[in-house]
Design a protein around this ligand. Structure first.
Ligand code: ME8
Length: 518
């Protein structure tokens, strides 16, 4: 395992407030980052917003605002949402940040001077939703963009183009020789097919059609079109500059993992891959591609009016902490596949997993310890147990799932450990042991469960940081313990817990109460 980990998310368009799809990606990323922080000393987490382009220019005009005003307003909504969801990033980049725009201009200039970018007149079908020219072959039968279901605009203008043709073969070779470059792997085939049919791509727009962009140095009539601008954020954020690296870049670039949605894989694999090759920089270590979140099994769209803001979900369920929503989202889809959000399913899953299985297990075990032993651990209660092997085995399994970008699968394994432990309690019935006055055995069962719960709370931490902290505090367990140092030896003899300090770590979502609040 490498010592460092650099994770980036896609940077979101700020033509509106963040929606549940944006939240899904950021939560998934934060869960991954928190997991690797439990394994490594040096993890860097970058997120941010994409602020240029026609979509933003048009929306601002409709609202009677300048693009910059709208970017300022909406960017802070993204920051607020990530704060409410406990998305604990190290850096938040805005593509209007001066350090970014200046380096983007120099990148463009370098590529132009070395002949990777050339000027040409062009007529094509432009989809503002995609911020991209579409190939007529890719349109629906009705001539609409397959993603945004809108008719693309016929655009005819002078643009700068990037010579993708020059890098096509090297990209194909790279993808084929590096099977772990695109995760999950089934997405790699899609990209290889797309590469067969791709032409050079436009990297600028005429200022008369798009004003809101970074101007091309020395050609005032053109602005740099979104992808060179947006994709470069991953290196400008680290302080990289043309012909001048930076300490952060040298430290993190070789460990970069881009978390992105399936709709922008082409841009990250092909465009970004080619741009990096042209800049003489190594390609990203991995592209971690996630699917889309649907709402009640329907695609989320403004037209359908089913776009949900993540903060509204917290408010609707009266949740002070985001843990339940984080847990649900991170487990909403198996690796790379689409997932779904529905109120019913959300309530059912978090009540079952967090309140009933996990919360009750801890609560009743601690309560029994108080009832039977006045909260005291006697030295004869501390013995070895087969359950410890199972628990530490799960740590390895969960680590492997994270290494394979299988986050919901990792969540399922944690819940499996909780269920195994619940079964252990039922099978060993400590309440019967107490009734039969087998107090040492009863104490041993309780201590075994508490030791396993220290492992559970550590594994659960990336998904539910607040619940895990609460569990850790009731268990007197140090949550800073690295995963590789975990053992089942944390519950020590002596006075352990007072009755007053025992409380549920997660309250069931009460449908009636929640419905009333909605
Ligand atoms: O594409 N479910 O921005 P964006 C899951 N600015 N993920 C979703 C989703 C959904 N329903 N809808 C969108 C952009 N996403 C560019 C990125 S990166 C250099 C530039 C994901 O606001 C989408 O796949 O349209 C992408 O990864 C992210 O949200 C931002 O989408």
């Amino acid at each position: 395992m490498d010592k460092r980990y650099y994770l980036t998310t896609a940077i979101d368009y700020v033509n509106g407030a963040p929606h549940i799809g944006h939240a899904y990606e950021k939560i998934l990323s934060d869960v991954i980052v928190r997991h690797y922080r439990q394994r490594l000393d040096d993890v860097y987490f970058l997120t941010g917003v994409d602020e240029h382009g026609i979509k933003i220019q048009k929306t601002a005009a409709e609202k009677g605002m300048t693009p910059q005003q709208m970017c300022d307003e909406n960017s802070s909504k993204f920051k607020q949402a990530w704060k409410a969801l406990d998305v604990d990033y190290d850096q938040f980049i805005r593509t209007t940040d001066k350090y970014h725009t200046e380096v983007v201009q120099r990148i463009f200039d370098k590529l132009l001077k070395q002949g990777d970018i050339y000027k040409n007149s062009y007529e094509g079908l432009y989809c503002p939703g995609c911020e991209s020219f579409l190939n007529p072959k890719d349109l629906t039968e009705d001539g609409l963009c397959p993603i945004h279901h809108k008719k693309p605009e016929l655009v005819s203008e002078e643009n700068y183009f990037f010579k993708l043709s020059k890098y096509k073969d090297s990209l194909i070779k790279y993808i084929k020789e590096n099977p772990s470059f695109i995760v999950p792997q089934f997405r790699a085939n899609e990209v290889l097919n797309q590469l067969e049919n791709l032409d050079d791509f436009s990297v600028s727009r005429a200022k008369e059609s798009v004003e809101w962009g970074i101007p091309v140095l020395g050609d005032e009539d053109q602005v740099i079109y979104v992808w060179i601008d947006a994709l470069s954020n991953y290196i400008t954020a680290l302080g990289w500059d043309v012909d001048k690296s930076s300490e952060k870049f040298d430290k993190y670039w070789s460990e970069v993992h881009h978390v992105i949605g399936k709709d922008i894989l082409k841009f990250h694999c092909i465009y970004w891959g080619a741009i990096l090759m042209a800049l003489g920089l190594p390609l990203p270590k991995q592209l971690l591609v996630h699917g889309f979140i649907n709402i009640n099994q329907e695609k989320m769209s403004k037209t359908l009016g089913n776009v949900i803001a993540p903060v509204d979900i917290l408010n609707a369920w009266n949740l002070e902490k985001p843990d339940a929503f984080r847990y649900y989202m991170a487990c909403a889809a198996s690796s790379g596949k689409d997932g779904n959000y529905s109120d019913e399913d959300f309530k059912e899953k978090v009540n079952a997993d967090l309140a009933n299985s996990t919360g009750n297990l801890l609560n009743r075990t601690l309560s029994m310890l108080v009832k039977y032993f006045n909260g005291e651990i006697k030295s004869e209660f501390v013995v070895n147990s087969d359950l410890y092997k199972t628990a530490l085995g799960k740590v390895q399994i969960v680590k492997n799932h994270f290494d394979n970008y299988e986050i919901s699968e990792a969540g399922a394994e944690i819940m499996d450990l909780v269920n195994i432990t619940n079964k252990y309690v039922t099978d060993n019935a400590p309440w019967t042991l107490a009734k039969e006055d087998k107090m040492t055995e009863c104490g041993q069962v309780l201590v075994t469960v508490l030791n396993v719960m220290t492992v559970v709370c550590s594994l659960l931490y990336p998904f539910c940081p607040n619940i895990a902290l609460d569990m850790a505090s009731q268990l007197s367990f140090d949550l800073n313990t690295k995963l590789d140092d975990l053992n089942c030896n944390n519950i020590k003899p002596g006075k352990f817990i007072e009755k007053e300090s025992i409380h549920p770590v997660f309250l069931r979502l009460d449908s009636e109460l929640a419905d009333k609040k909605k």
